[in-house]
Design a protein around this ligand. Structure first.
Ligand code: ARG
Length: 602
C-alpha cells in the first residue's frame, strides 16, 4: 500500500502528465518545509511556468482542478508564486492507520522485482582480535542486510575476512622463529599479536626482514605444507573468536569466504586480465592502467600531478607483485567474478571504510572493463569513530580498543543503570536487560550517524534515556507494553476485535479517532514508516530510519503525556490502544531492522 507521500506523488504525476508536455521530471512532491502550511508541497507549477513562460499561479490553479485530491486531502492551497500545499484529511489518515494495523507487515509491500545482492561486510583482517575499527562495517552491513531482506530481496551476507594478506607473511615468519604452541593455545591473539608487533618493528628498520616476510607470504600462497598447517591453526582460533562476537551482536553471515578462498583463482584472473589487455606488465609486476577513455579528473587510474605536462600521472592498480605474490586487489577481482558466476549477484554492496574509496573506484572501473558492467557495485563507505580528543579512538596506552572489551563495557554500563532503575528484578533479568539495552545503545549510536561522517564516541550520550538513543526508543515500546499489561489481556483483545470489525467496514464507520492534536500527529507519523525504509535502503543510510523512529518515539512520548489511554469512553480507548499497538510494532520492527531488540520492561 502506498504511503501518503507516494499516493500524493502518484496523483500529482497523473495530473502533470495530463496537462504538461513535455512532462517535467519528478519527483514532484516533498514534505512541506513548514508543517504549519500542510503535509506536502509541490513546486511543479513553478518549474513548468519557467519552462513554458507561463504564469505559474495560473498553472497551479489548473493543477488543483486536475489533481484527484478530493478523497485524501483538504482543498489545496496555492501559496506564494505558485506552490501548492496539501493537507491530508483526518479520515484518510485514520483509514490508512487501520489498514496498516491489520497487516502483519505494517503495510510495507515486498518489492516487485527482487534482486540478488551480496553484502560484503565486517571482513576483519584476522590473526588479530577484532577491534573498534571493525564495529561500523559489522553493524552497518548487518542493518543493510536486514533492511534489504525485509524489502523482499535475496540477500547473501558474505564475510570477506582478511585471512591471507601481508600480515600473515609477518606472523608466519615470526612464529616459525619464536612461536610457542603452548602460548598459542592459552592466548592465541595475545601470542600472535606479540609476535606480529615484534616483527613489524624489525621490518620497519630492516629491509631483509621485510623481504623474508614477503617470501613467507609467497610460500603460503604457493601451498607450502608447513606454512599452510600453521595458517590453518591461526585461522581456526580467529574464526572461533569472531563467531563469539557475532553471536553476541546477533550478526549473521551466510558465507565466510575469506581472501584465502580465492587463492587458486588468482593466476587465472590475472592472466585473463592480461589477455584482454586490461592489465599489463610493469617493472616485473602486473598492474591495471588507465584506458584513457574517462575525463582525467574522473579516471581512478590517474592522479593529478603538477610536475607532469598533462597535469596527471598514472595511478595503477597492482594485481601481481614483482615477487609473484598476488594481493588484495587481485583477490577482490576474483571475488567479484565468483560472486557473479556463483551467486548470480546483480548487486554487490561493499560496506568498507572510507579510506578504501580509491581502491573500490579502481576495482569497479576494472570490473566494468572486464565485462561485469551489468552488476551494480556500491562502495558504502563510512568514517571513523573518534575518541574525546577527536582523534581515532584508542585505549589509554594508544592501542586498539578491543571489540570484546567495548561490548563488555556497554553491557556493564547499561547494567549499572538498570540495577538502579529496577532493583526489584532478578540478577539474570537485569543481565539480559543490560545486554539488550547496552548493545542496542552501542549499535544505535553508530547507525544514527550519517555514515560518511566521523563521530565522537560518548558513553553518556549513547546510553541516555532522553535524546536520539536506543534506550529512548526502547522506552517508548516499554510504555506501550505497560499500558497493555495494565489494561489486561482481555480488554486489549476485545478492543482489537472491535476495531478490526470496524476497520473492515471502512469508511462508513470510523474506528480510529484522531481528535486531539497529538493524536493526529502520532497517526500522521505512523504512516511514514515505509518512506524512511525506502530512503534508508536506497541510499544505504540507516540513519534515515533512526531519525524516523526517533521522531515517532518523540510524538508517542508526547501522546503518552497528553492522551490517557485507559479511559471510560470505549471507542476512544479502543482507538488509542490501536495507536499504541501500531506504534509499538513499528518501533519493534524498525529497531529489529537495525539489529536492536526491544524489551517488555526496563
Ligand atoms: N579486510 C579488509 C580490511 O580490513 C576489508 C575487506 C573488505 N571487503 C573487500 N571485498 N575488499 O581492510
Amino acid at each position: 500500500m502506498n504511503t501518503p507521500r507516494q499516493e500524493m506523488e502518484a496523483r500529482v504525476a497523473q495530473a502533470v502528465a495530463k496537462l504538461f508536455s513535455p512532462v517535467p521530471s519528478g519527483p514532484y512532491v516533498r514534505p512541506c518545509p513548514d508543517p504549519r502550511h500542510g503535509d506536502f508541497q509541490t513546486n511543479v507549477a513553478l518549474v513548468q511556468g519557467k519552462q513554458s513562460q507561463t504564469n505559474p499561479r495560473e498553472l497551479a490553479e489548473k493543477l488543483v482542478e486536475t489533481i484527484a485530491w478530493n478523497d485524501i486531502a483538504k482543498p489545496p492551497e496555492i501559496a506564494g508564486p505558485g506552490f501548492i500545499n496539501f493537507q491530508l484529511k483526518t479520515e484518510y489518515i485514520a483509514q490508512q492507520i487501520g489498514r496498516r494495523w491489520i497487516d502483519e507487515r505494517l503495510g510495507i509491500p515486498v518489492v516487485e522485482k527482487p534482486e540478488t545482492l551480496v553484502i560484503d561486510y565486517s571482513a576483519p583482517n584476522i590473526a588479530k582480535e577484532m577491534h573498534v575499527g571493525h564495529l561500523r562495517s559489522t553493524i552497518l552491513g548487518d542493518a543493510l542486510a536486514r533492511l534489504y531482506c525485509f524489502l523482499g530481496h535475496k540477500v547473501i551476507a558474505d564475510n570477506h575476512i582478511g585471512d591471507w594478506g601481508t600480515g600473515f607473511g609477518m606472523i608466519l615468519f615470526g612464529y616459525k622463529r619464536e612461536g610457542d604452541p603452548e602460548k598459542l593455545k592459552q592466548d592465541p591473539f595475545g601470542h600472535l599479536e606479540t609476535i606480529y608487533r615484534k616483527i613489524q618493528a624489525k621490518a620497519k628498520a630492516d629491509e631483509s626482514v621485510r623481504e623474508a616476510a614477503k617470501r613467507e607470504l609467497v610460500l603460503l600462497q604457493q601451498g607450502d605444507p608447513k606454512s599452510r598447517e600453521l595458517w590453518a591453526q591461526f585461522l581456526k582460533y580467529s574464526l572461533d573468536a569472531l563467531e563469539q562476537i557475532y553471536q553476541r551482536l546477533g550478526v549473521h553471515f551466510d558465507h565466510t569466504l575469506g581472501e584465502s578462498f580465492y587463492n587458486d583463482l588468482l593466476p587465472g584472473v590475472v592472466n585473463d586480465l592480461v589477455r584482454r589487455g586490461i592489465a599489463r606488465e610493469s617493472e616485473g609486476a602486473i598492474a591495471i592502467f588507465s584506458e584513457g577513455k574517462l575525463p582525467p579528473k574522473d579516471d581512478p587510474f590517474l592522479v593529478s600531478d603538477k610536475e607532469s605536462a598533462s597535469g596527471f600521472r598514472d595511478n595503477p592498480l597492482l594485481i601481481r607483485k614483482s615477487d609473484g605474490g598476488f594481493n588484495y586487489a587481485a583477490t577482490d577481482l576474483a571475488t567479484l567474478r565468483y560472486r557473479h558466476e556463483h551467486f548470480r549477484a546483480e548487486r554487490v554492496i561493499y560496506v568498507v571504510d572510507g579510506r578504501q574509496q580509491m581502491h573500490f573506484r579502481q576495482i569497479f572501473d576494472a570490473a566494468r572493463r572486464w565485462g561485469y558492467d551489468g552488476m551494480k557495485l556500491e562502495h558504502v563507505w563510512f568514517g571513523t569513530i573518534l575518541g574525546p580528543d577527536k582523534k581515532p579512538i584508542k585505549t589509554r596506552d594508544g592501542g586498539d580498543v578491543k571489540l570484546k572489551a567495548l561490548l563488555a563495557e556497554a553491557e556493564e554500563r547499561a547494567g549499572k543503570i538498570i540495577v538502579e532503575k529496577r532493583p526489584e528484578l532478578s540478577n539474570s533479568e537485569q543481565a539480559s536487560l543490560a545486554r539488550i539495552v547496552g548493545l542496542g545503545a552501542l549499535k544505535y549510536a553508530d547507525l544514527a550517524q550519517n555514515r560518511n561522517l566521523d563521530y565522537v564516541f560518548n558513553w553518556e550520550k549513547l546510553l541516555a534515556f532522553d535524546g536520539n538513543t536506543a534506550p529512548y526508543l526502547q522506552n517508548a515500546y516499554v510504555r506501550v507494553r505497560a499500558i497493555f499489561r495494565k489494561a489486561g489481556e482481555q480488554t486489549v483483545k476485545d478492543a482489537f476485535l472491535k476495531v478490526q470489525a470496524l476497520a473492515k467496514l471502512e469508511p462508513s464507520r470510523p474506528a480510529i479517532f484522531l481528535s486531539e492534536r497529538v493524536e493526529l500527529e502520532l497517526g500522521r507519523k505512523l504512516l511514514d514508516f515505509a518512506d524512511s525504509l525506502l530512503l534508508a535502503a536506497g541510499e544505504y543510510r540507516p540513519h534515515y530510519l533512526c531519525l524516523y523512529l526517533f521522531e515517532l518515539a518523540t510524538v508517542f512520548h508526547k501522546f503518552y503525556e497528553a492522551c490517557p489511554v485507559l479511559i471510560p469512553d470505549e471507542a476512544v480507548r479502543n482507538s488509542r490502544l490501536v495507536l499504541c499497538d501500531l506504534t509499538a510494532r513499528t518501533l519493534a520492527q524498525g529497531l529489529n531492522l537495525l539489529g536492536i531488540n526491544v524489551v517488555e520492561q526496563m
